[in-house]
Design a protein around this ligand. Structure first.
Ligand SMILES: [Zn+2]
Ligand SMILES: [Zn+2]
Length: 281
């Protein structure tokens, strides 16, 4: 059995960093990681400027290189997380300034994409927690902007969203029409069970967190053609319980296989076939 992590972060400044993550994941039969950027201030680039994004994208590319050097396949995504909207607003930036910064960041990501160094956009989307309505609207506008760039340059997009089931999926279905981006390129990340069902029937790729309950429920349902599994590891030793480790994916799924709950061939399909199709490997 080979295992893939469809959405993972690394932080070489504060945490293990990608090389160590790749080594440990490989020991647990890992073959692929989709590496997603963290907000620049997580890496210690606290200045509110495009320069902080240049530094974090450069760091992200070095991290992806380390994963490749350890013998794993990797896809690299950089974005503008809805939490960044709140963070910069808190620091005194206007909504207009934040929107302009996001646009510059997307231009920057696109230029790296053209050099073959970045594969897609992520994370962008909407806050999953309560925030001021105008900041939610801004986050949505930023997501629409990301769709435009992604459509024009054929990039994949990882969406961070509220877990609202039908309304979450239906609204994305409507919003992607505005840019004309293909559903094939749009991923709903960290979905709950209810949202995963709507994502499946609407034909979006989606990633479920590697938690025992949702793994058990979804991996026993055969009508799952868009399912992917993620750790959403944030590599922050100060917040150890926030997400899973990439190696929790093989460990937890192997347990389910051993218990006879989940079929090995189905897991194989998700970990190889789905990943190759979703990430164009
Ligand atoms: Zn997220
Ligand atoms: Zn994430």
């Amino acid at each position: 059995m080979k295992y893939a992590d469809a959405h993972c972060h690394s932080n070489p400044i504060e945490g293990l960093g990608a090389r160590e993550i790749a080594r440990r994941f490989k020991k647990h039969s890992g073959w692929f990681i989709a590496l997603v950027s963290l907000p620049p201030y997580h890496y210690g680039y606290t200045e509110l400027s495009i320069e902080s994004y240049v530094k974090s994208i450069e760091l992200l590319i070095r991290e992806a290189k380390s994963i490749r050097e350890e013998g794993l396949e990797v896809r690299v995504l950089a974005g503008f997380h809805p939490a960044e909207v709140d963070e910069y607003f808190r620091r005194g930036a206007s909504l207009e300034q934040i929107y302009e910064l996001a646009d510059k960041v997307f231009k920057l990501i696109t230029s790296y994409h053209e050099k073959g160094l970045i594969d897609g956009m992520g994370e962008v989307g909407r806050q999953h927690y309560s925030t001021a309505p105008q900041r939610l609207v801004l986050s949505e506008l930023i997501m629409l902007k990301a769709f435009e760039y992604a459509k024009d340059h054929d990039m994949i997009v990882h969406l961070h969203l509220e877990q609202g089931g039908w309304i979450t999926v239906r609204s994305i279905e409507e919003l992607i029409k505005l840019s004309g981006i293909s559903k094939e390129r749009v991923f709903l990340h960290h979905v709950d069970y209810e949202t995963s069902k709507w994502a499946e029937t609407h034909g979006f790729w989606y990633t479920i967190p590697a938690k025992q309950r949702i793994l058990k429920k979804t991996l026993t349902e055969k009508q799952r053609h868009r399912l992917l599994v993620e750790s959403d590891f944030i590599d922050d030793p100060r917040r150890p319980g926030v997400s899973s480790y990439p190696w929790d994916i093989p460990q937890r799924i192997n347990e389910l296989i051993e218990e006879g709950v989940v079929e090995k061939s189905f897991v194989e399909k998700i970990m190889i076939e789905h990943v190759k199709k979703a990430y164009l490997l």
